[in-house]
Design a protein around this ligand. Structure first.
Ligand code: GLV
Length: 312
């Protein structure tokens, strides 16, 4: 069997569909990427490319052999109670994703470390303040040591920052103190910059809340590039107003797009970006996906497989 004999269907928002169709046309012109969920003879479709598909819409694809998340996260798939069981699920793990994510995290940390907000304010007011040059002393905690978290941790360490990490199962990383399940409080109480890169699962839902912020050293900074539902926005606002947090860099939100009436928009200590910290490059993603489909055809182990029990 050849890849060009397989049927590929994409179910995603229209703008995404167009991007992926263009990428497939460039890297695999013989593969026709059909837009779903409504296609002829869904039972003959082999590979499904998915981003926020309507729950329940995968049922007719009764002989699908592979489900592919069009991003690094798979929470959008796991939320479908009717997700077909027993079919391998893969996700995009791409060096370009790590590159962008780490750069976003580095940018936010340097912004906080060098008190960039103060200098923006001083410039606006023509203030030349040479004497109070205050680099913030920071100790960074990476919450979530998956591919993205580890890449950021390594780069921050290379730059000379003091970095520790947490993941539910113990990770041994050269030159870095790591904490595991049962040690969350020790992890939080040693750091003042909390970077969240965890997957969204029932275990991480609402994790970034007051009890977490209360344990951080001061001045504390939160950077969330994971998923909005991992944070409790009302608690972030309270923590900022109480001084438990000095600044928050948020790329993700409980509801996206962030509603116009959210108090986060106007809060002076909140930096907002519209879920763009790291955006999948469809051309790199398509190449990786096709390599994995080749593996499927050769019956060799797939890469970037999702553990459905863990949910990531
Ligand atoms: C983006 O948020 C992704 O999961 O790739």
């Amino acid at each position: 069997m050849k890849i060009s004999n397989l049927r590929f269907v994409i179910i995603a928002p229209t703008a995404e569909v167009l991007k992926w169709q263009k990428a497939f046309a460039a890297v695999a012109p013989k593969v026709h990427l059909e837009e779903g969920p409504k296609v002829r003879q869904p039972e003959t479709v082999d590979v499904l490319l998915l981003w926020n598909h309507p729950p329940g819409s995968l049922k007719p694809f009764s002989n699908a052999k592979l489900l592919y998340s069009l991003g690094a996260g798979v929470d959008h798939l796991m939320q479908d109670p009717e997700l077909p069981k027993g079919i391998p699920i893969c996700r995009i793990v791409d060096p370009l994703l790590s590159f962008s994510m780490s750069n976003y995290i580095l940018f936010a940390i340097l912004h906080f470390h060098r008190r960039w907000k103060k200098y923006v304010h001083d410039k606006e007011n023509c203030i030349w303040d040479h004497d109070s040059f205050p680099e913030r002393k920071i100790k960074i905690g990476i919450l979530g040591l998956g591919t993205l978290g580890q890449d950021a941790a390594k780069k921050l360490q290379f730059m000379g920052f003091d970095v520790v990490g947490y993941s539910p199962s113990k990770k041994v990383l050269p030159g870095m103190t790591t904490y595991a399940e049962g040690e969350m409080n020790n992890f939080l109480s040693t750091i003042n910059v909390l970077v969240c890169t965890v997957p969204y699962t029932p275990a991480t839902r609402g994790l970034l809340a007051l009890p977490v912020f209360e344990q951080l050293q001061h001045p504390a900074c939160l950077i969330n590039v994971a998923r909005g539902k991992v944070q409790v926005e009302a608690d972030i606002l309270k923590a900022l107003d109480k001084g438990l947090l000095e600044e928050a860099f948020l790329d993700v939100f409980e509801t996206e797009p962030l509603p116009k009436d959210s108090l986060l928009w106007s809060h002076p200590k909140v930096e907002i970006t519209p879920h763009i910290a790291s955006v999948t490059n469809p051309q790199a993603g398509a190449t990786q996906m096709l390599e994995n489909v080749e593996r499927l055809l050769r019956q060799t182990p797939l890469e970037h497989l999702v553990n459905s029990t863990k949910g990531y």
